[in-house]
Design a protein around this ligand. Structure first.
Ligand SMILES: NC(=O)c1ccc[n+]([C@@H]2O[C@H](COP(=O)([O-])OP(=O)(O)OC[C@H]3O[C@@H](n4cnc5c(N)ncnc54)[C@H](O)[C@@H]3O)[C@@H](O)[C@H]2O)c1
Length: 339
């Protein structure tokens, strides 16, 4: 334990997302405290440390994970660095919150899985959209049978992103991002689909486009179709190229007895042949899913509870994405068992 018997947290990578994680630690102040930051750029480290206050700065996260003040790390690094950081933290016996994607290849997934199993630490994947209140309510409606047999599920995450190769930095290159939009923002609709559908994905087909962000090595938009073992067909639309039509849902699920949909705020259910009902009103402002995710991570450590998504789900999401890339490359349907 770090200071005052609290869970001592060290953040690795003081960039954009790390600042969004901070409110969650402030909300968990009774149980946890950010005590260190590891960052390769001294200026970023100092500016982040000023924001947090009273934190130790490390240039190398390997030194940070060796500190007895650290109980858990929060990995906020570019994608190609996730695997090594997870393994270093696990080997040092530190619990882990890891930004998406968990890692980039199946070999890396094996190494991460083995490292976490060998150490017995808790790893939570930072799948923040699972903390949209409408997601938990939709999952309950589906699991309780309100839709009957589920036939189709759709998840989306589409917006127009501005930038250049310079401003995108590591995100624009395959070697550091792992692909394009699909393994970045596209990770969200993939884990969301897996969380909502109560079955196992078996086949994936995908079409990738570079509509507008021509400086990207990978795609700026992806359309993915997934066949699940129970016959449910999942579809994902995700991209950085354009503003989606106003009617585009965040997720929708349709079955024998009814359908539900959400714009990410409210949740709506329509029984077959009946009137649409509001299951959940949209709140006055969008929920801060980053804060909710961090609060849950700390609660899992404090209470010894399994996170909603561990490395197990993280690897399953990665497999869907790698299958989508394989399908786009080959022009064929990819069977997940052949990955
Ligand atoms: N959940 C979300 O909605 C969401 C949004 C944005 C980013 N992310 C994820 O967060 C992660 C980071 O993205 P970002 O936008 O914050 O990137 P970023 O480039 O803004 O920040 C990354 C930071 O890591 C630092 N860094 C690089 N190598 C390092 C090393 N070896 N040791 C210590 N620090 C190092 C960089 O200097 C930089 O400050 C990615 O996995 C990304 O996909 C998630």
């Amino acid at each position: 334990m770090a200071r005052n018997g609290k869970i001592g947290v060290g953040i690795i990578g003081a960039g954009n997302i790390a600042t969004h994680h901070l409110p969650g630690y402030l909300q968990s102040a009774e149980s946890a405290e950010v005590v260190a930051i590891a960052e390769v750029h001294p200026e970023s480290a100092h500016s982040f440390a000023q924001t947090v206050g009273n934190v130790e700065i490390f240039a190398d996260y390997r030194d940070m994970v060796a500190s007895p003040d650290i109980d858990a790390v929060d990995i906020c690094l570019p994608h190609h660095l996730h695997k090594d950081a997870v393994i270093a933290a696990a080997a040092a016996g530190k619990h882990i919150l890891c930004e998406k994607p968990l890692c980039l290849t199946l070999d890396e997934a094996d190494a991460v899985t083995q490292a976490v199993a060998a150490s017995g630490v808790t790893l939570m994947c930072a799948h923040n959209q699972l903390f949209l209140p409408s997601v938990a309510a939709a999952r309950d409606l589906i699991r309780q049978g309100n839709l009957g047999k589920v036939y189709a599920a759709r998840t989306t995450d589409v917006f127009a992103l501005k930038g250049t190769a310079e401003t995108f930095g590591w995100r624009a290159r395959r070697a550091t991002s792992g692909g394009g939009e699909l393994i970045d923002t596209g990770y969200h609709p993939n884990y969301l689909l897996l969380h909502l559908v109560d079955s196992v994905p078996v086949k994936v087909t995908a079409m990738l486009s570079r509509h507008r962000l021509s400086f990207l090595e990978g795609e700026d938009t992806a359309h993915v179709l997934i066949e699940f073992a129970d016959g449910t067909v999942g579809s994902i639309v995700t991209g950085w190229a354009y503003e989606p039509a106003a009617c585009t849902e965040r997720f929708s699920v349709a079955g024998e007895d009814g359908s539900l949909w959400s714009d990410g705020r409210g949740l709506f259910f329509k029984p077959r042949g009946g009137e649409q009902v509001v299951v959940q009103e949209a709140g006055p402002s969008a929920p801060d899913t980053y804060a909710l995710e961090v609060v849950d991570f700390i609660a899992c450590l404090r209470d010894g509870r399994r996170p909603l998504n561990t490395e197990v789900e993280g690897v399953n999401v990665l497999k869907m994405i790698l299958a989508a890339y394989a399908s786009a490359e080959s022009g064929q349907v990819t069977e997940l068992k052949n990955l």
